[in-house]
Design a protein around this ligand. Sequence first.
Ligand SMILES: NCCC[C@H](NC(=O)CCC(=O)O)C(=O)O
Length: 444
Amino acid sequence: MKHFEANFDGLVGPTHNYAGLSFGNVASFNNAAQASNPKAAAKQGLKKAKSLAEMGMVQGMLAPQERPDLTTLRRIGFTGTDAQVLKSAHEQAPLLLNACCSASSMWTANAATISPSADTRDKKIHFTPANLVDKLHRSIEPITTGLILQSTFSDPNHFHHHGHLPEHASFGDEGAANHTRMCAQYGESGVELFVYGQEATNPNAPRPAKFPARQTLEASRAVARLHQLNDSNTVFIQQNPDVIDQGVFHNDVIAVGNQNVLFYHEQAFVDTQNKLDEIQSKLNTESHFIEVPTNKVSINDAVKSYLFNTQVITLPSGEMAIIAPTDCQENPAVFAYLNELVTLETPIKKVFYFDVKQSMQNGGGPACLRLRVAMNQHELSAVNQHTLMNDQLFSTLNQWVDKHYRDRLTTKDLADPQLLIESRTALDELTQIMKLGSVYQFQR
Ligand SMILES: NCCC[C@H](NC(=O)CCC(=O)O)C(=O)O
């Protein structure tokens, strides 16, 4: 049977803005308080997704979340009409209002961890929404994420949905941004790599000093248990705490894998050689470990350009390609490295560049914008077909963005009751376009 890897990209929501909410994420911090362009952001994302579909990849879209999040604002004590809630939050707690307005669900690499049926004991695809507890603005995502995933992957014969992990720092879980799967072919059992930033329950274990380690080993192990994986198809790797302190807040800022390729920076991990040996011993195929040395690309250049927040995809021809942000073209060291990489003896033969700057300015590159789901033809037929990218969906969504999105937004605009009305009108229409049912609180 045919099997492949599908990418589900997050559709950028109408409140996309730069509020500087993510401590430890250098781009979020550096661009705080700038004006954003939600319309351009959504279109940049749609263009990348459509281009992958045109390359012959299976491409889906995941709906954004309801923002401003009135449910959370009411839960923390703001009362009255919706407009009054926004006004008093803006006056009394503007930073909490900002957190309740982030469009951060666009980075679907953080939506959930997915294990394909080839790896799991019950032979179903498993989904665990990430609890994202390290950041307030992201910790309000998992319940709706679960609903959107369930309405996209609804058939219980193929899809097994779990709840998010307990909402405590010991179980900090950031989803697929810290998870990579290696395999010979997508439909064959592979090895799932869980990369964590710290061991929460072991005070003597190494951890970063300056910035938070958002993923814990405890969370990674819990997800592996829930997904019915076992020792022979999992490897747990610690991220190098020193690079977290230099702005590598997720593993997908410093490493990316696809099939038998692991593309990573020399300084990405702790105990690198032993972990690579463990991967190779558990994998039933020869791997290509492509290590990028510091003397070619510094951590600073990797963080600025997002060289590793690229998608490594297998094209229908069997060749691999890298989907990179244009920021990689603009960085001389990184551009030189990529030009050299495609001439080497590795499966990666092409690089395609995409302008996703609106997302990049908040620390999200091409890989942050997508959630990977390896699946076979039967499983794909069970997916909500209205979420799959094609000419029709592309043009419908572009028109929908043109109709509802602003081309300029600052944090001052977040309390505007009109923005709430525009967002809800847009999302209500979107649930009809994508046939999602009532996934939003305002629809329930
Ligand atoms: N995988 C990429 C995630 C980027 C995301 N940025 C943000 O949330 C920035 C939002 C802001 O600062 O307004 C994060 O850090 O979790």
